[in-house]
Ligand binder design. Structure first.
Ligand SMILES: NC(=O)c1ccc[n+]([C@@H]2O[C@H](COP(=O)([O-])OP(=O)(O)OC[C@H]3O[C@@H](n4cnc5c(N)ncnc54)[C@H](O)[C@@H]3O)[C@@H](O)[C@H]2O)c1
Length: 401
């Protein structure tokens, strides 16, 4: 079976590396530099070892390409392209549209087309299928299905094999073929009654996290105002063996999913006249966390940050990855600079970001820990400035939430 995967980023390459043990994979990406690197056996994604990629290439089970015609013989096509928000914070399906164009223009025989990109309910039925039909030179009876991806980059305990996978086809035949395909490398397949349920479930999973993170971020502010430790209180609440799940406070949410997916749900809810109050408010609380933290730091430092050298420690959106998409560090830096601080940052996992480079972990007036990678030693953080504010709860001896 030949499988084409459109988009070779976190999702597409992860699935390619797993599935190449069983199927012949063509990884299609519009970024030629990425394609070139991949064909040299160099992985750009945490969790995908270059050695695994190289062995898949050597065995003839994987190749990357930027040419649509290389997808022409595919029996299965997976769509794994970005689904960001536009400048006015609306769902942006332009990458999906381009992927549909590639499929429409490259495939001349029927295939099973599975969307793994996250989007709102109705995307497969009302957007992807019509778009592929529009771009195809002649009518082809493709099968269509959705199977939202749940990968958590950098995580080792859950992977493609042991993470339950939701799926649903637009037709019974599409569902049957989708089950057959994934069952080769995934142990637990969960079929739902319609693609819309699968699409909505994925959005709700991430909305659940977003709302609970906002709640604990708000609670961190309440605990501080009451003069009690938020961490001790959460640990105490977490001794209840049922009905409680512990989330921890932070400088805000980041990455491709939690700050973005809930807005997809809110927009579609509001279009249908349903409220999305929690989702909208949770987004505001999480975004405001950076301002709250900077104000706390200013208050601890004589009320002003003017002229102070401030070192932000960790700018990736989460530990041990180089991903800076939607990172809370961006807003923290923005607020620090707007209060007159001279800001630099240390993050050797990220290295370069927005035209700036990681600096040494030393010599600042103030250090703010936004993300704590395992490779960064606590004692070095504590020695980097006379005042250290930790937003992660991992640096003992620092000031914090
Ligand atoms: N990263 C995650 O942890 C994660 C988890 C679950 C779901 N998702 C969802 O999966 C989808 C993909 O996310 P990602 O993190 O893999 O994105 P990514 O940015 O890491 O990778 C996307 C890749 O697609 C390529 N691309 C963009 N448009 C293309 C096109 N028209 N044709 C071919 N290639 C194209 C880009 O060059 C890039 O290499 C999104 O909908 C995201 O919300 C992501």
């Amino acid at each position: 079976m030949k499988v084409g995967i459109i988009g070779q980023g976190y999702v597409g390459l992860t699935i390619a590396a797993f599935a190449a043990e069983y199927f012949e994979i063509v990884g299609f990406d519009s970024n030629e530099k990425v394609v070139q690197q991949l064909n040299q056996g160099i992985s750009h994604i945490e969790g995908i070892d270059s050695s695994v990629l190289s062995s898949r290439i050597k065995s003839g089970m994987y190749k990357a390409t930027s040419y649509g015609e290389d997808l022409g013989k595919s029996d299965v096509i997976i769509i794994a392209v970005p689904t960001p928000l536009s400048k006015d914070r609306q769902p942006d399906l332009s990458f999906i549209d381009l992927a549909c164009k590639t499929i429409g223009q490259s495939l001349s025989k029927p295939a099973l087309i599975i969307n793994e990109s996250t989007s709102f309910p109705g995307t497969l039925r009302k957007f992807i299928k019509p778009a592929i039909e529009k771009y195809s030179a002649s009518p082809i009876n493709h099968l269509y299905a959705i199977s939202p991806e749940r990968v958590d980059p950098g995580r080792t305990d859950f992977n493609q094999k042991n993470t339950p996978r939701l799926f649903s086809g637009l037709t019974t035949e599409a569902s049957v073929r989708t089950r057959e395909f994934y069952s080769r490398f995934c142990d637990n397949l969960v079929e739902v009654s319609s693609p819309e349920v699968a699409e909505a479930a994925k959005l709700f999973e991430n909305t659940f996290r977003q709302v609970n993170i906002a709640l604990v971020n708000e609670f961190a502010q309440i605990a501080h105002s009451l003069g009690i430790s938020v961490y001790e209180t959460l640990d105490a609440a977490n001794t209840k063996p049922y009905g409680f799940m512990k989330f921890t406070p932070s400088a805000g949410v980041g990455g491709h999913c939690i700050p973005v997916d809930p807005t997809y749900l809110a927009v579609v809810a509001e279009e249908h006249g349903a409220p999305a109050t929690f989702i909208r408010r949770a987004n505001e609380v999480n975004l405001d966390m950076s301002k709250y933290i900077v104000n706390r730091i200013a208050a601890d430092n004589g009320g002003s940050l003017k002229g102070k050298s401030v070192l932000v420690v960790g700018v990736a959106y989460k530990p041990n990855v180089a991903d800076v998409r939607e990172t809370a560090a961006e807003l923290v830096i923005e607020h620090l600079r707007s209060q007159g601080a001279a800001v630099s940052w240390h993050d050797d996992v990220v290295g370069n970001w927005k035209g700036e480079s990681s600096v040494l972990l030393q010599g600042a007036d103030i250090a703010v820990v936004v993300t704590k990678h395992d490779s960064v030693e606590e004692k070095k953080i504590l020695a980097s400035a006379p005042y250290v504010f930790d937003t992660t709860g991992k640096v003992k001896g620092a000031k914090g939430l």
